[in-house]
Design a protein around this ligand. Sequence first.
Ligand code: FE2
Ligand code: FE2
Length: 289
Amino acid sequence: MTGAETGMAGTVYKQGWTLDDVAWGAFDSARVTPELLAAVKAAALVEYNAADYADYLHRIFRNSDPQTLADIAAWGREEVQHGRALGRWCELADPGFNFESSVARFRAGYRPQHFMSEEQISVRGSRRGEMIARCVVESGTSSYYSAIRDAAAEPVLKEVAGRIAADEYRHYKLFLDILHRQNEPELPFWRRLLVAVTRVKESDDDELAYAYYAANMPPSAPYDRVTCVRLSAARALSIYRPVHIKKLVQMIAKAIGANPQGRITRMAGTLVWRMLRMRAGISAHMAKA
Ligand SMILES: [Fe+2]
Ligand SMILES: [Fe+2]
């Protein structure tokens, strides 16, 4: 294992790792759990699909300085690598799983409108809006992979999730930095909040549900959106612990210019945790029904 240091808070992984840095030989099939495996299969497809998102961001930031464009390109490559690393782990954990064919199914069935258009304005209305939406997504992935790392008993998944969580946090900081570098007028607070809330709500959209379907169900099964939303939510939400949600809410608060340590952010953190637990319970219950 390279590109890592062990500090007080556990292993800290550095940027620029490759698949060869992962200690694949430590894989222990007895420690794989079906719940985490299903969630990781779906996550692998979403990550791998980031190349489309990188093309879209390149269009939105086409006249930016070379550093910003290079950073966006490097970000896209890291997201695709996350997909490859998770996909390889899933193939080890389930020899019946074929990453490439699941990716092909996912891409054939899911392509958001704004990836296919030639539109050069962000669907969020501005570059600042786009960066706030990106910060929300990176806050989500950073906390999700931290939660997977902490929940995983299988050592290779723990390592891969730890490496990805560290990358996602760096992505968040990168997009926060690009957000503040834009020479567009600052958005009013209500607008920043609206972009963040809209992006959080979109987490319910087809992307995660369809990835769950393409990764976990046979092609002969019809795609039932409602069932797949429930199954994917039940799997994902049961992995989180309060500490991950607290961090997630603090990161989003900072991105929209609210006080991450303030009373309202703390209250929002508690509220979001309760809502997620309730939804996870309902989703798990309905998924069994
Ligand atoms: Fe990622
Ligand atoms: Fe990321």
